[in-house]
Design a protein around this ligand. Structure first.
Ligand code: DQA
Length: 147
């Protein structure tokens, strides 16, 4: 059976393509989902691609990834900088977690340098635009092959 990888998006990522395109690019979340599905298929991964604006719902999806998946690629968006609940869910999830950001938060406003996830994730990908999702899936496929 193919390993199942969850790709989860936090608040405002559903508005990709329309949201500050000079920072996040022109690709919509739906289109990104199609791209990820193709990349995952090429890498022999089963994909769950989900987004929510809600903190509690994101915590629930992280739990689901831990129960049903073998790895998680997480763009927690603004909750990266604010949410102890998301951090605690990631710390407890029990599968490899790749933190992903389309932009490079460290090169932006000072408040984005607060990162509550950095020390509880397996790896991080940031600043590559949506190509980062391809890189993260490649990294996950390699991790799962070696485990
Ligand atoms: C983001 C960076 C965060 O600082 C921001 O709040 C987002 C998107 C990114 O993908 O670059 O919503 O996670």
């Amino acid at each position: 059976m193919k390993p199942r990888v969850f790709v989860l998006g936090g608040p405002n990522l559903g508005r990709l393509g329309r949201r500050e395109p000079e920072i996040y690019g022109p690709t919509s979340w739906q289109e990104l989902g199609r791209l990820c599905a193709g990349w995952a298929a090429d890498l022999g991964l089963d994909l769950e691609f989900l987004q929510t604006d809600g903190e509690g719902e994101l915590v629930g999806l992280i739990h689901r990834a831990g129960d049903q998946g073998q790895a998680l690629v997480l763009n927690a968006a603004a909750y990266t900088h604010t949410s102890v609940a998301v951090r605690d869910a990631v710390a407890a999830v029990g599968i490899p977690v790749v933190e992903l950001h389309i932009s490079n938060p460290s090169a932006r406003e000072p408040f984005r340098r607060t990162n509550l996830l950095a020390d509880v994730v397996t790896a991080s990908v940031c600043g590559f635009g949506i190509e980062g999702y391809h890189l993260a899936l490649q990294g996950v496929a390699g991790l799962l092959k070696r485990s």
